[in-house]
Design a protein around this ligand. Structure first.
Ligand SMILES: [Zn+2]
Length: 94
């Protein structure tokens, strides 16, 4: 696997029983993609509709430890992580 930002190869997090710190993070990984809103009939209650977002074109974004320290990388990851649009609440849900 490679860092999505610098292309450097990344390795899994290493845990050591007596290390200080007891682990060394290898990389950070985030699943993201395009979200499309879906409205469908609730299969458990046909008089109800349910709304959700479906992930299409999923992709992993991988950041090595060095890139994760960069402000612009953190900002982009935060934006990708919290990029789920707000869902309108139905009156029954309140
Ligand atoms: Zn990197």
């Amino acid at each position: 696997m490679e860092c999505s930002y610098c292309g450097q190869e990344v390795f899994p997090t290493v845990h050591r029983r007596d290390g200080n710190p007891p682990y060394r993070v290898g990389y950070y990984r985030l699943l993201t993609g395009k979200l499309i809103p879906v409205t469908m009939q609730n299969p458990r209650n046909v008089s109800e509709t349910i709304e959700f977002f479906k992930l299409v074109e999923p992709r992993w974004v991988i950041a090595c430890v060095n890139c994760f320290e960069r402000t612009e990388v953190r900002e982009e990851l935060e934006k990708l992580f919290s990029g789920v649009p707000e869902v309108k609440k139905s009156p029954e849900a309140e």
